[in-house]
Design a protein around this ligand. Sequence first.
Ligand SMILES: [Zn+2]
Length: 207
Amino acid sequence: MSRALNAENVLEAGGRLAAEAARFTSFGWMRGTSGNLSEVVTREPLRLAVTASGLDKGELAASDVAVVGPDGEPVEVGGIEPLVPSAEAGLHARVAALTGADAVVHVHALNAVVAGHHWPRGVLLRDVETLKGIGRLAHDDEVVIPVIANSQDMRELGDRFEAAYDPRTPAVIVADHGLYAWGPNLKRARHITECVEWLLAYKIATR
Ligand SMILES: [Zn+2]
């Protein structure tokens, strides 16, 4: 995606992020003020619109958005009130940079945390129709959702993500924490998040 980095485009992204956040909150995946969503506004230099920190994700307005650079550091944009980005914005930027995704979803979905607990070396999935929803095959395709250890240091977490990343699999579980999923746009990232969560629920239910 390459739009100009201006207030209009950031607020438009903020509106889309707020709508997605309300949807995920309704599923119980963004309890309290947890989780965050982002969209790439520009690639060169990398700038992301990300949901602001500390807010109820079911009640966001379009203006509840922060802008960050490649290390998750806040970037000022004229006409936008500078809000504090989540500390996790640094991992969003890392995911967007490495995968080329223009939208990143991070939710504290319970099934992701439970699956990470049961399969700390990765969650193996195969022969399930819903795998098609994340761009894989419904038969004879071994899919591993990587699991990485949690950290409060986004650089360390980013390094773990990079080491575990498989370009065929658009999601990663952060152990004892939650799920990251990504796609070329927010709607696709939503579909991937929902399919991965379902696959993890299925895996847990059939263990
Ligand atoms: Zn989190």
